[in-house]
Design a protein around this ligand. Structure first.
Ligand code: C2E
Ligand code: MG
Ligand code: MG
Ligand code: MG
Length: 279
């Protein structure tokens, strides 16, 4: 940017901007090494059936154990990984790790549950996504019904392509969930065509259901819409008993949020699994 403006121009960077640029630069270099150095980890957040209290699954959420900066949340590096293309490789690692872990838990005698992984748009548009998932399922011997992919409304923008990918994924026997529902730019068209199993109500709506009438109305409407389309509804970001009771009252199917548990590393999940299951 600065160079392209020619010799005789002054470009003044604020020190903060410069710092941001340097940070992104070194973070990018580090990100390229992170895969080889096995610095990524998945944390798992439990999801419970609202009617029975039963544990139904986990969402797998990536973290980066950075050598000097500590544990980084996806907000710190997923955008960067999308920009430089590393997201495909990282995303493949996530799918592989989540399926392996789930199979391990099942082999250890834990009651089978679903594990959901987040797909980035770029990863979703990768040509061999379906083949890749098929291979992972075969190699890990995980029954496909225990894998869920979370996609966002943005993926409905490549309508025909997305429909065909989702139909192939569905044919493998895995489940499909729409993440952050209601926050994207797309129309609702895709709801009648795409083979979807779950809608996840974004936590921005759940946050204020007890205080903001509009949020409450939107959440109720999403639940009704989903049920009339024969879809199940998952509420994310549930932090209080009041929010949970509200969601139960309006027959939301599944809850995920800090009220039950933060996302935790696999070892910590194992310690709680039994207790959760006897809910
Ligand atoms: P998301 O898929 O909507 O995941 C839910 C986020 O809400 C997670 O943040 C989770 O820790 C947080 N959360 C759950 N319950 C609560 C709650 O009760 N209160 C609050 N305040 N937050 C709650 P996280 O783990 O930082 O992930 C942020 C986003 O990063 C995810 O949003 C997802 O879009 C993306 N992400 C995470 N893992 C992956 C991944 O493996 N691949 C890709 N492509 N994206 C990922
Ligand atoms: Mg998600
Ligand atoms: Mg979400
Ligand atoms: Mg969200």
């Amino acid at each position: 940017q600065a160079k392209s403006q020619g010799k005789n121009r002054y470009v003044v960077y604020t020190s903060e901007l410069l710092e941001d640029m340097m940070e992104e630069y070194s973070l990018e270099a580090d990100l390229r090494k992170a895969m080889d150095h096995e610095e990524f980890v998945l944390h798992y957040q439990p999801q419970f059936n609202n009617a029975t209290g039963e544990l139904i699954g986990f969402e797998a959420l990536i973290r980066w154990q950075h050598p000097t900066l500590g544990l980084l949340s996806p907000a710190k590096f997923i955008k960067l990984a999308e920009k430089n293309g590393l997201i495909t490789q990282i995303g493949e690692w996530v799918i592989n790790e989540a399926c392996s872990q789930n199979k391990k838990w099942q082999d250890a005698g834990m009651e089978p549950v679903k594990i959901a992984v987040n797909l980035s748009t770029q990863q979703f548009l990768t040509r061999d996504l379906v083949k890749f998932i098929e291979r992972v399922l075969k190699r890990t011997e995980l029954d496909p019904q225990y894998l869920v992919v979370e996609i966002t409304e943005y993926m409905a923008m490549e309508y025909d392509y997305s429909l065909s990918v989702l139909e192939q994924l569905k044919a493998l026997g895995i489940c499909i969930s729409i993440d952050d529902f209601g926050t994207g730019y797309s129309s609702l068209n895709y709801l009648k065509d795409f083979p979807i199993d779950y809608i996840k109500i974004d936590k921005s709506f759940v946050n204020e259901i007890m205080n903001d009438h509009n949020d409450a109305v939107i959440v109720k409407a999403i639940i009704t819409l989903a049920h009339n389309l024969n879809l199940q509804v998952i509420a994310e970001g549930v932090e209080t008993a009041d929010q949970l009771n509200f969601l139960k009252e309006y027959l939301c199917d599944v809850t995920q949020g800090y009220f039950f548990s933060k996302p935790l590393p696999a070892q910590e999940i194992e310690q709680k699994y039994l207790a959760w299951q006897s809910n």
